[in-house]
Design a protein around this ligand. Structure first.
Ligand SMILES: [Zn+2]
Length: 259
C-alpha cells in the first residue's frame, strides 16, 4: 500500500485535531462508505444493475404499487449484495470512535445495515433500512431475517404473515417521503453538533444534502471525505478526497492515540 502523501498526512492530523477539540461530533455517510464493501450506489447509474434511466423508474413507489414483481426482479441482486456484505474499515473506525465517546451519531443515506453490523449504536437511517419490511395493507412490520434470505435464494416475494398482502422493504424509494421522525432527529443532531463530518456522500440528494448547512449556520466545523467534489467543499474546513477505508481508520487512530 502506498503511504499517504505528506499533504494527506497533514490533513489527517488536522481532521484529528478538529475531532479532539469538538464537543459534539456527528457523521453523515453516503454510498461511498459502502462501496469498499462491494455495495453499489443504488441511486446512481452505471453500477451494472441497470442501464440508462431505469433506477428512477423501477426503484419507485409507483412501480412498487403497480408492478411489484418488476421492483422485486430489479431488487433481488442488490438485496443479495447487501445481505451478505460485511462492514469495512471505515464503518469499523466510526464504530470505534463512537465507543470512545468522541462520536455522538451517525446519520446515513445507506440502507445496508453496515453501521449496525460494525457496532455503531446511534444510527439514523435517513433513506430507510433493509432490516425491516412493512405490510402495504395493514402496516405490520417484520424483521428481514427469513423473508430476505428466501427472496434472495429463490425469488420468493415476501407476504404479510397477518393479512397476506405484499411486504415492502423499508427502504425509501423514489417518490416516497423520508421517515419524518428520523429526519427530524437528524436535523436536531445537525443543529447541535459543532463538527459535522461528511463521509462518502456527494451531497446530491435532498433533503439530506441540506443537513450540513444547518450545522454550518450555527458555526460548526465541516470535514468532507469524498472522492468527488460536493457543493459544500468551499465551506469545509478541510476536504480529503481519499479512500474512506484507508483514511477513516488513520484519523481515528490519530484521535485515540493521544488519549
Ligand atoms: Zn398485512
Amino acid at each position: 500500500m502506498t503511504p499517504f502523501s505528506s499533504q494527506m498526512l497533514e490533513g489527517i492530523e488536522f481532521a484529528a485535531e478538529l475531532i479532539r477539540s469538538a464537543r459534539h461530533v456527528i457523521v453523515l455517510t453516503g454510498a461511498g462508505i459502502s462501496t469498499p464493501s462491494g455495495i453499489p450506489d443504488f441511486r446512481s447509474e452505471g453500477t451494472g444493475l441497470w442501464s440508462s434511466d431505469r433506477p428512477m423508474e423501477v426503484a419507485s413507489l409507483m412501480t412498487f404499487r403497480t408492478h411489484p414483481e418488476l421492483f422485486f426482479d430489479w431488487f433481488r441482486p442488490l438485496a443479495g449484495q447487501i445481505y451478505f456484505a460485511e462492514p469495512n474499515l471505515a464503518h469499523l473506525g466510526l464504530a470505534r470512535l463512537e465507543a470512545s465517546g468522541r462520536l455522538k451519531a451517525v446519520l446515513t443515506q445507506n440502507v445496508d445495515m453496515l453501521h449496525h453490523k460494525a457496532g455503531s449504536k446511534r444510527v439514523f437511517e435517513l433513506h430507510g433500512t433493509l432490516r425491516t419490511l412493512s405490510c402495504t395493507r395493514c402496516y405490520q412490520q417484520v424483521g428481514y431475517g427469513d423473508y430476505l434470505l428466501a427472496f434472495i435464494e429463490d425469488g420468493t416475494i415476501p407476504y404479510c404473515p397477518g393479512c397476506s398482502a405484499i411486504l415492502k422493504p423499508d427502504i425509501i424509494l423514489f417518490g416516497e417521503q423520508l421517515p419524518q421522525k428520523i429526519l427530524f432527529e437528524a436535523q436536531r443532531e445537525a443543529r447541535e453538533c459543532d463538527l459535522f463530518i461528511v463521509v462518502g456522500s456527494s451531497l446530491e440528494v435532498l433533503p439530506v444534502a441540506g443537513l450540513p448547512i444547518q450545522a454550518l449556520d450555527r458555526g460548526a466545523h465541516l470535514i468532507i471525505i469524498n472522492h468527488s467534489p460536493t457543493y459544500l467543499n468551499v465551506r469545509a474546513d478541510i476536504v480529503l478526497p481519499e479512500d474512506v477505508a484507508r483514511i477513516i481508520p488513520a484519523i481515528v487512530e490519530r484521535v485515540l492515540d493521544d488519549h
